[in-house]
Design a protein around this ligand. Structure first.
Ligand code: FAD
Ligand code: DHB
Length: 395
């Protein structure tokens, strides 16, 4: 089957689905091609915190009604070190908030609106292949339900994540990612229990990092730092709750445990491609860059890319490619600020990994305690954190 569109989008994660809505609002034709089923895409538990800048983008396109009804607006976070818990008050420091609303809910809202619009979204596509992206006839080949599709597109967008196909089309010397691996991983659980905290708690403890987040007034999301080689099978629910209680506990406060409905271990890595543009192919979101999760930036960075790319593609369809030509540089300049912040939060709140010699491990732990003592007593330091956590301008 041969088709033609203006923008061929690979990936129906938050980046691809949102880009479709930006293009729909500007009457730019698009087709989205996703290699997993709709149910699978909806079942992936990932990010949970939306910057104010991200909420603003969703609002601009009328995509935030349920988010405003059900999302939890947080005016700050708690930073905890050695049993001392300190509230960083974003509203007071920078006059901004964040909204706790699961990535799955964002994706569900975006899918439902595509259903209403009757958008062309192909789930369960196999053999998705971008072809001739540097030539005159860019197109996407893929198979759905046994039928071969050949989709000619003026522009191809790779919104297919870090393990997607689009970044592999770019020659290694052009993609040339700058990378950092971290010597720790996050064990994350979802639990059917009311959160024991009003706002998120990020804690540094001699046993490692722990965090208490949430998804709703009755669902908690919690994380523990573990070594990258850990096997989730070795972590019983009881061991997880004991670890969380030990690391998050402070005098006069206890963590309420509950049934764990999901648990997994995620490694941490930073990676930033040297370019997000290759011919007529444009990368957005995790396809172009990933961060360690500590600053809650992955999903938000994907939304920021898409806001910039959606505007640039719309203007390009109207006749001027100036904004499209600068997309990669603008998105990467913003991304490097996000990488800096995510690395800063990650280093401040985690213990060095098991291969670090004991004296150095002790030194690094102590200096992180010093850093947290500084941040929790300096208004300037808190303002810096608050400005970045609530989201940089998208431009
Ligand atoms: P994705 O969400 O990865 O979407 C890409 C889509 O492309 C997927 O639907 C995928 O199935 C599809 N795809 C892949 N290959 C192909 C192909 N060949 N053809 C067609 N489609 C394809 N961020 C945070 O801020 N906080 C967190 O707690 C957090 N936890 C995370 C946990 C995990 C396990 C992972 C992987 C990420 C996490 N992130 C977190 C990061 C955040 O979820 C991502 O930054 C966000 O999903 C990026 O959105 P995206 O649309 O760019 O990519
Ligand atoms: C969540 C994840 C994060 O990485 C973070 O910094 C805050 C919250 C979450 O999943 O809720």
């Amino acid at each position: 089957m041969t088709e033609r569109t203006t923008v061929g989008i690979v990936g129906a994660g938050p980046a691809g689905l949102l880009l479709g809505h930006l293009l729909a609002a500007a009457n730019v034709p698009f087709v989205i091609v996703e290699n997993r089923s709709r149910e699978h895409v909806l079942s992936r538990i990932r990010a949970g915190v939306l910057e104010q800048s991200s909420v603003d983008v969703l609002d601009r396109f009328g995509l935030a009604d349920r988010l405003h009804a059900e999302g939890l607006v947080h005016g700050g976070i708690h930073l905890q070190v050695e049993g001392r818990r300190f509230h960083v008050d974003f509203e007071d420091l920078v006059g901004r908030t964040v909204t706790v609303y699961g990535q799955q809910q964002v994706v569900l809202d975006l899918m439902r609106r595509h259903d209403e619009l009757g958008s062309a979204v192909h789930y369960g596509a196999s053999e998705v292949t971008p072809v001739d992206v540097t030539g005159d006839e860019p197109h996407l080949r893929f198979v759905v339900g046994g039928e071969q599709h050949d989709l000619a597109a003026r522009f191809v967008v790779g919104a297919d994540g870090y393990h997607g196909v689009c970044r592999t089309v770019i020659p290694p010397e052009a993609l040339n990612p700058a990378e950092r691996a971290y010597d720790c991983a996050w064990l994350g659980v979802l639990a059917d229990v009311a959160p024991s905290t009003d706002e998120l708690v990020y804690a540094l403890h001699p046993d490692g990092f722990a965090m208490h987040s949430m998804r709703s007034p009755s669902v908690s999301r919690l994380y523990l730092q573990v070594d990258p080689g850990e096997d989730i099978a070795d972590w019983s629910d009881e061991r997880i709750w004991d670890g969380l209680q030990e690391r998050l506990g402070i005098p006069g406060w206890t963590l309420t445990p509950g049934p764990i409905t999901e648990k997994s271990i995620t490694p941490m890595r930073s990676s930033v491609a040297s370019t997000l543009t290759y011919g007529r192919l444009f990368l957005a979101g995790d396809a172009g860059h990933i961060v360690p999760p500590t600053g809650a930036k992955g999903l938000n960075a994907a939304i920021a890319d898409v806001a910039m790319l959606g505007d640039a593609l719309t203007v390009a369809v109207g006749g001027s490619e100036t904004a499209l030509a600068s997309y990669s540089d603008r998105a990467l300049a913003r991304q490097w600020k996000i990488q800096y912040f995510s690395q800063w939060m990650t280093d401040m709140l985690h213990l060095p990994g098991p291969s670090t010699p004991p004296a150095e491990r002790d030194f690094r732990y102590r200096s992180r305690v010093g850093q947290l003592d500084f941040v929790t007593t300096s208004r300037f330091a808190q303002q810096t954190l608050a400005e970045q956590y609530t989201g940089l301008a998208i431009a």
